[in-house]
Design a binder for this molecule. Sequence first.
Ligand code: PGA
Length: 892
Amino acid sequence: MADLPGIANNPDIRFLGKLLGDVIRNYGGEALYARTESIRTASVDRHRTKNGDSGPESDLGLDALNLDETLDFVRGFMLFSMLANLAEDRQGVTAEQGADVAAALERLAGEGIDKAQVMDLLGHTLIAPVLTAHPTEVRRKSMIDHRNRIAALMRLRDAEVTETPDGDDVEEAILRQIALLWQTRVLRRERLYVTDEVEIALSYLRDVFLPALPALYQRWDRALGERVPSFLKPGSWIGGDRDGNPFVTAESLKAALAKASEAVLGYYMDAVHALGAELSISTQLAPADDAVIALANASGDTAESRSDEPYRRALSGIYARLAATHLALTGKPAPRAAALKGERYPDPQAFRADLVTIARALRHDGGALSSGGALGRLIRACETFGFHLATLDLRQNSAVHERVVAELLKVAGVEGDYLSLNESQRVSLLRHELSNARPLASPFADYSDETKSELAIVRAAADAHATYGPACIVQHIVSMAQSVSDLLELNILLKEVGLYRGGENPSAAIMAVPLFETIGDLEAAPGIMTEWFSLPEVRGITAARSFQEVMIGYSDSNKDGGYLTSTWSLSKASTALKGVFAGAGVGMQLFHGRGGAVGRGGGSAFAAIRAQPSGTVQGRIRITEQGEVIAGKYGTRESAITNLEAMASATLLASLEPDALSAADTQRFSAAMDTLSASAFAAYRDLVYGTEGFRTFFRQMTPIVEIAGLKIGSRPASRTKSDKIEDLRAIPWVFSWAQARVMLPGWYGVGQALDAFEDKGLLAEMAQGWPFFAASLANMEQVIAKSDMDIAARYATLVEDRALADAIFPRIVTGWQQAHDGLLAVTGQSRLLEAHPALDASIRLRLPYIEPLNLLQIELIKRRRAGDEDERIGEGILLSINAIATALRNSG
Ligand code: PGA
């Protein structure tokens, strides 16, 4: 795929595209290559001349492809998109610009905020990217690994190195990797299991976070001029999130924790081993301090050959203790046995203390040997990752807890029909139970599977606390939280295993975190939290911890109320919660449950954090990282460093910068947003929930049914058997609209709202001066640029009932046009992405690749739905879904 317009301005894309062309020619044959090229050229030409309103006039020669060729063609385009993504990532097209901590410090200094204030904030800061297994990553791990190998080879090529360290020619090696990609099956044969998801997350945590974070801290230490506290720590949901996923059990939890511990201890042991080789300092040449000598003597290393090498002896002792810890925590002996015997470390602090002893001695005596370098990084790693690697959250739906608690109460003879009680009766009953030291569950009773499973989970969590320390599980999220009783019910379960203790000073070793995720629940959140903090036992629990977390859900609130109302409700709830927390004297930690696609809260994390309402960050923030976003942000150490740095700097700015708006503007703009949100909500609800036949229209127009066949995650595609939109998970909802190029969750309703709003000057002012509004519009702009109503119209032909399609589709087109025109008017642009040339070029580059995929997908779906059972059709549909998702960069 060489020398053709559309790819000419990015040399890496040209280079990789040419190699892919060679591979297709060599492995797929000249005929396939020629067809692919002619379709590609036709599509590129058409997009070059397309003025925005001319629809697809022909089918670009797609008709000439037989089924086998179709599959190969789709794979070719998918690989091209993958390689184009890679080239762009390398050029920082998608990276957060100017988002490093040094730049943030400079900016803050300009606003009169000095480093001492930043250090103050960091003293109580927690920033946590939390990896989840939400099924939106369409690529198999093997494909991503090939991609990463190509990226590494491209770095050699940049440096004009022609040979790999193993002696291979660099360009040939890249060609070989692309050939491997071409010959690697794109689709999974089997659904992913939870254990696979645990392994995938582990590969990021172990291979990227473990080395990258300590290195990044060194940079931050330099920027601040002193050692910063360890304030950024990763988290994970994988193996603990069982909301709607019956395959996540106590066993998965145990396996996830054990594997994480094995990985982190293995890393520490390798690092200690390497340090032992390095720190060959002899007392004959440099005196050692008493503490190191004492550590060396305690190690039991009596080898004569090392008697003058106290550092090595001390490190042998540390290694032996780590090996014993490995055995105790994972049940397995260390991969490389220790020469000495040692006691296991009771906790990471004890390990750290030994490392610090060595670091102090080096600083004291070594002169040139400071505590930075490998030892400094190891200390940092120990503070950041402990013996558990990443905090593992638990999550369950409030409805499940309700049923489990009802059963426990019934079997124990406390209350026969808990579910029929109203909220205040529930609260008083649960509070009474919490004050009672005796457990409810009986080892002799026969409980339902659900109850057994939930009890097993909390028991496993209690064991995990005893084994790995309390940092391994800090939060238990309660999804669809709607009341105080939803949180108390969880505490009842925790009490069963000693993780909640009542009495004079109640304490909870795991924090119950409500997840508010519908518009109504977000509105109710401040009231629920006010009531929560008014409970005396809660005051006790939170006093001990000094903060409470609340999770807010972007996807479900969007599905419920549309894009604008979702973002505004999240923002308003955050502000209102800030007041509630301040009133209760409790620190607030918001946990943002967002996905990659804009309809699920996606978009620049840097801008999103900075656009948080004033006073709601205060140094503490957790954010989910899901699906394709994980490989995109954390696929390599370099990209992880860029993205973690962006997260840290955005948090500093959001916490410390003076409010961008005056109180008067805040009030004016908020009132305007209330109006906009109300009309956007009405338009969205009317279409999605108030239109007769909309459900059928949606199910037939988009590949929602086919998406379920992708096998990209362990959890079932929906929580219930119902096909109501309310019951559909947000991911397939957003995913299927993206495939059909409508992307309705990213914009629908906004156009009507902008249109109806009279004071256009005010809107322009808001877009200029209010980060919240600017970020909302910027995300919508990106989505509109990727949508295409001409292609969507083709998808609308999949709807069997023409009258239904004719009644609904034009409303979508009108709404789209209003959103498009309204956005340009408010931002003062003459076309989309005028102010973002790099993003504009990136999207324009890929549009001609997506359109043929869309057209093929539609044809394949038609044949499939008409009853054609050829299995290549099913495969082609899934491949096309995969390819379109790859080309769009955000799947669902
Ligand atoms: P959930 O996630 O369905 O697991 O609650 C919502 C989402 O992120 O889309």
